[in-house]
Design a binder for this molecule. Structure first.
Ligand code: AMP
Ligand code: ZN
Length: 114
């Protein structure tokens, strides 16, 4: 737990948030500033700043298992969706707690960086 980290505060329930998915290691909730009809953040409960700091890559199994389930639940599996992990300054990462954006519910452009 990083006491200055907003996502750690959500993980510890210091800030209350409706969880769309929760397991021992992973949680998911709506992005506060959605860029599409479906915009969900999926993240480890423990504080890991970003991909560079991941020690056990097994966490990605849990994160992507959650992503697949959430996509099904949100009804975007068949039409499609995008998962994005911004990493570091040039990657556009604003919150330094590893998270996957799951974005869908509309036709997205084919440029990943757009
Ligand atoms: P990134 O640029 O990949 O670090 O994305 C951070 C995302 O977190 C942005 O899309 C924000 O809208 C979102 N965000 C920031 N604070 C909150 C919050 N308290 N609850 C939900 N989403 C948040
Ligand atoms: Zn954190």
């Amino acid at each position: 737990m990083d006491k200055n980290c907003i996502f750690c505060k959500i993980a510890s329930k210091e800030i209350s948030k409706e969880f769309l998915y929760e397991s021992d290691l992973v949680m998911a909730f709506h992005d506060i500033n959605p860029e599409a009809p479906v915009h969900i953040l999926i993240l480890p409960k423990v504080h890991i700043s970003n991909i560079n700091e991941v020690q056990d890559m097994g966490i990605f199994g849990d994160l992507f298992t959650a992503a697949k389930e959430i996509a099904e639940k949100e009804g975007v599996s068949e039409k499609g969706y995008r998962v994005v992990i911004n990493t570091g300054k040039d990657g556009g990462q604003l919150v330094d707690h590893l998270h996957i954006h799951l974005i869908g519910g509309k036709k997205l452009g084919s440029k990943v960086s757009g």
